[in-house]
Design a protein around this ligand. Structure first.
Ligand SMILES: [Zn+2]
Length: 607
């Protein structure tokens, strides 16, 4: 292996034709050369490893070729071409601005600019990562760029176009390099594999291409890695294992579980994924991508957006037939919300599990809809609007009856969903029973708990036929057109989740838990802010520092992005509460001066 050359170098393209995935760009360059319309400066922009420097080199070689072929490519045989191919041409100068970004580096480059070429017509100066040049270097360079000698051509390359000064941009012809598509990458990798005598499954190469994310250089170096640990026999499974990629297989299986509403199987599968060392965030973004891929598979027009190999593509198409579009929208939203809340979440595992359950729930509902009970779908938001109005009205008793009936209905229709929900707090901390708000009217409190599960989890199960007749359909149909945004909630919901949060706190946070359990947050008049009233500044400080955590938790749990938390010190308590006996005496003495006299006469003391 002493002459081992990495594939990225060995298979570096030497002609425009062999550049992978940048066809329109290389064609434009070739045409410019053929028609002798060369600019003095080019800016090549694009992500790393997509062929910017390679194209710059091919460009330099081609414009200097003494006998270019009819195709507009360099001949690779003339004196100039040979010098280029052997990397000894004086007509090409490369500066990597990432490591040489000082004025002196630019000055020595500029020195070279003045000397005309001996063979060929042009000297090409390639400045890689040009955005890294120092301010002084930039200024020194700008002068040369303004009035370059005829024989000089600059090719500036950057991965960060937005960092290039407008003064440079306006002097360059700009070429934007694309990420190389998975299909192109796979094709090139299989060409390399064949040439190297390596056995490779197309699906395996597909995984490598996805992992490389549009960069051919990365793709080839991953390929080299995989070749070395598989001994030249690249299979899908070895790649999945060695690159720490979460298998499609999991998502196909999970989606099947969800389609059959197998909540426990889904949770076990998630557990399996965690045991393999993947984190929840990785899993949920992967799940979102899977739903996205299923969505684009449903329509032949968008099928091209699916960047997978042929056999996997067929599986996507097959599975997508089982999923209704509204379900996929909702599932995507749920996954996306979960992903957004992931970092702030205290109990990340539970968050992902809830998302899985939620997805399973909206599937159940979808089946209902496709089962011919169309009105249900239209009615879904009615429940939300309805209960919002009801809960905000002061006539509590009426509310209770309404929610009680719908909760009961709920229970019978989606008993699975409720029981599934009830499982989860146990996962959290085994303290689900404590969640129950401590109140004398226990029965009354229980009702909103059910209600909540219908709002938060089995989102679509709520609306009932008897509510159709109330005539609120109009409002609802407007609401149902848009994907569900913020869900309504009331003070009881806030309190429920407040206590639920407290209950899942760890032993180390015992003090916080006890404090939380004594607090009853109140909903403010704006309908989205809840106020937490505390006894003193110290506690206020503690809760204030936790505001964003609580807010995120409430937003996720109640599925409303506008929820705000406010902390207030109860001044009445703070100022009026007598602290010591001395204080008590002073207060009393203020009201009755005789007390002071009494103390004096009898020479009394406090203890
Ligand atoms: Zn040539």
């Amino acid at each position: 292996m002493e002459n081992y050359i990495v594939s990225a170098r060995k298979y570096r393209p030497s002609t425009f034709k062999s550049v992978v995935g940048q066809l329109s760009l290389t064609t434009t360059l070739k045409n410019a050369i053929a028609s002798q319309k060369l600019a003095h400066a080019y800016l090549f922009c694009g992500p790393r490893g997509v062929g910017k420097t390679t194209c710059a080199r091919i460009f330099a070689k081609t414009i200097n070729c003494l006998s270019p072929n009819a195709d507009g490519e360099a001949c690779n045989a003339c004196e100039s071409c040979v010098a280029f191919n052997e990397q000894r041409s004086y007509n090409i100068h490369e500066l990597d601005a990432a490591s040489n970004n000082g004025v002196d580096d630019i000055k020595s480059l500029v020195e070279q600019v003045r000397i005309p070429p001996q063979i060929g017509k042009y000297k090409v100066f390639i400045i890689d990562e040009v955005h890294m040049l120092s301010q002084a270097a930039f200024n020194a360079f700008l002068k040369t760029l303004e009035e370059p000698p005829r024989h000089a051509i600059f090719i500036l390359a950057t991965t960060e176009k937005h960092k290039i000064l407008p003064t440079i941009l306006s002097r360059c012809q700009i070429y934007d390099f694309n990420r190389i598509s998975v299909e192109d990458t796979v094709q090139h990798l299989s060409y390399v594999a064949t040439t190297e005598g390596v056995n490779a499954e197309t699906e395996a190469l597909n995984v490598i291409a996805l992992k490389a994310d549009g960069g051919m250089r990365d793709a080839l170096s991953i390929f080299d890695q995989v070749v070395s640990f598989t001994g030249g026999n690249i299979t899908y499974n070895t790649v999945i294992e060695n690159l720490n990629v979460l298998d499609y297989e999991y998502y196909f299986r999970l989606t099947n579980f969800l389609l059959e509403n197998k909540v426990s199987d889904s949770l076990l599968l998630f557990n399996d994924v965690l045991n393999k060392g993947f984190d929840g965030s990785h899993f949920i973004t992967g799940l979102a991508s899977h739903f996205r891929d299923l969505l684009v598979s449903k329509d032949p027009a968008t099928l091209s957006l699916l960047e997978v190999g042929a056999s996997i593509k067929a599986r996507y198409q097959e599975q997508s037939q089982k999923c209704a579009v509204p379900f996929l929208y909702r599932a995507l939203k749920i996954c996306n919300d979960c992903d957004m809340n992931y970092r702030a979440s205290k109990n990340k595992r539970l968050l992902v599990e809830l998302a899985i359950i939620q997805v399973a729930q909206c599937l159940v509902e979808d089946d209902d809809v496709s089962g011919g009970r169309r009105p249900k779908k239209i009615l879904k938001p009615v429940f939300n609007t309805e209960s919002a109005q009801l809960s905000q009205s002061s006539t509590q008793s009426a509310t209770q009856v309404q929610t009680a009936t719908s909760a009961a209905n709920n229970n019978s229709v989606a008993s699975d969903s409720v029981s599934a929900y009830n499982v989860t707090p146990k996962v959290a901390g085994g303290s689900a029973p404590e969640v129950k708000p401590q109140s004398s009217t226990n029965a009354e409190k229980k009702i909103p708990t059910m209600n909540k599960s219908s709002i938060g989890l089995s989102i679509k199960s709520a609306p009932k036929r008897d509510e159709v007749s109330t005539g609120a359909v109009n409002r609802s149909s407007v609401a149902s057109a848009a994907p569900q945004e913020d869900y309504i909630f009331n003070e009881k919901d806030i309190n429920f989740y407040w206590q639920a949060y407290a209950a899942q706190l760890s032993k180390e946070q015992d003090a916080l838990m006890k404090r939380m359990q004594l607090i009853r947050p109140t909903l403010l008049n704006d309908g989205v802010s809840f106020e937490v009233v505390v006894d003193n500044e110290i506690v206020a400080k503690e809760f204030t520092s936790l505001i964003s955590t609580f807010q995120n938790y409430m937003r996720t749990s109640l599925r409303n992005s506008k929820i705000k938390m406010v902390v207030r010190v109860n001044e009445a308590v703070e100022s009026s509460r007598p602290i010591s006996r001395v204080d008590k005496f002073k207060m009393m003495a203020e009201k009755n001066e005789a007390l002071v006299q009494l103390k004096k006469v009898f020479d009394l003391e406090f203890y």
